[in-house]
Write a protein that binds this ligand. Structure first.
Ligand code: 13P
Ligand code: SF4
Length: 354
């Protein structure tokens, strides 16, 4: 069983044996049984920034999903090896934009005569190939905690943004934080010829949103917001910007996982909160703040865990740490050199955002 004291002891012993040779990063959506072994926890931005914080660590064990481990590999030294405890821990949103589809999209934009005006902005939740495309075409990466700053920067470089691959984060940031209208945004569907858009529509748009979404956050609905407001009078609704636009528009607060945690830390005793993000994090926060008399509920009880984040469990972590302690490098995530160079350009633009 995951809480098996024997496994806890084995993870502790392997980590102790590795000492400074290992650095364990944990995303906030990871299980408690895994998070307890993280040297650093954070949202995607903090983990990207901190990945290079221990240059002396030979191994970086990334408890999160594939695109995060790739980004850590891109941002760390060649002699540091990034390990993902379960290679099946992907992200369905990142999979919604492939390199071929994005190259085809760029051809469509070129045909329509708008490509020179377009700056790509790619959400961290994308493959290294997409990050490399972004770097090559003068764009930047963003996360949910700096999307506005990334768009401000991009609109200083060009007149239009191609936002990949999360249409919701792109739309929510444009409309909620940048004062654009829904009509300024068009959605490019990679499964339709020309993205399902006319050249005229492309020429009229400011934000060209890729048709991707998060399968977890996409399940929160306006009904769930209305229902919780009725059930818990005075409740504050706090959601992640990967939620659909109508959910974000109806919420009281919107932000990244790190923002959600900070907001609850600063909340007064007696306050009530409904949280629209992944369940491991919401449960951890509900337990943590129960003693401070902050009532924290899950925005929609029918939504569940991110199944790929959840693939990293204690047995996988124990296996990875014990293998490394025995000198066996397992599950290494390594981005090829050419992709890495362009992807790094895009990631460094993000890290340099004001
Ligand atoms: P943040 O931790 O950056 O808010 O991202 C959430 C997420 O969905 C990561 O996959
Ligand atoms: Fe991907 Fe959504 Fe899971 Fe985040 S929560 S890793 S965006 S599927």
């Amino acid at each position: 069983s995951p809480s098996d004291p024997d496994l806890v002891e084995r993870a502790r012993a392997a980590k102790e044996k590795l000492g400074d040779k290992v650095f364990v990063l944990g995303h906030h959506y990871q299980r408690d049984e895994v998070i307890q072994f993280a040297d650093v926890t954070g949202d995607s931005f903090k983990l990207a920034r901190d990945a290079a914080a221990r240059p002396q660590a030979e191994y970086i064990v990334f408890c999160g999903v594939h695109f995060m481990a790739e980004s850590a590999d891109i941002l760390t030294g060649d002699d540091q090896k990034v390990v993902l405890p379960d290679l099946a821990a992907g992200c369905s949103m990142a999979d919604m934009a492939t390199a071929e589809q994005v190259a085809e999209c760029w051809d469509v934009l070129t045909e329509a005569g708008v490509a020179e005006q377009v700056v790509p902005v790619s959400y961290m939740n994308s493959s290294a190939d997409i990050k490399a495309f972004t770097g090559k075409h003068g764009g930047t990466i963003c996360t949910s905690s700096n999307a506005k700053r990334a768009l401000d920067w991009a609109f200083q470089q060009g007149e239009k943004v191609l936002f990949l691959p999360d249409q919701h984060l792109g739309r929510n940031t444009a409309v909620r934080d940048m004062g654009m209208s829904l009509e300024d945004c068009v959605v490019y569907n990679p499964h339709k010829p020309n993205g399902g858009l006319t050249a005229e529509e492309l020429r009229g748009a400011k934000m060209i949103l890729w048709r991707g979404h998060c399968s977890v956050h996409g399940r929160f609905s306006l009904d769930s917001v209305e229902e919780v407001r009725e059930r818990i009078p005075g409740v504050n609704v706090l959601v992640h910007p990967e939620c659909r636009h109508e959910v974000v528009a109806a919420a009281d607060h919107v932000g990244s996982t790190e923002y959600i945690i900070k907001t609850l830390e600063a909340a007064p005793a007696g306050s009530k909160w409904a949280i629209g993000t992944e369940l491991n994090l919401v449960r951890r926060l509900a337990n943590r703040f129960a003693s401070e008399d902050k009532e924290i509920v899950f925005l929609d009880r029918t939504v569940c865990f991110c199944s790929t984040m959840n693939r990293i469990d204690l047995p996988h972590l124990v296996w990875a740490l014990e293998s490394l302690a025995e000198g066996n490098l397992v599950n290494r995530i390594e981005v090829d050199k050419e992709t890495e160079a362009f992807a790094k350009l895009a990631l460094e633009r993000m890290l340099a955002l004001p």
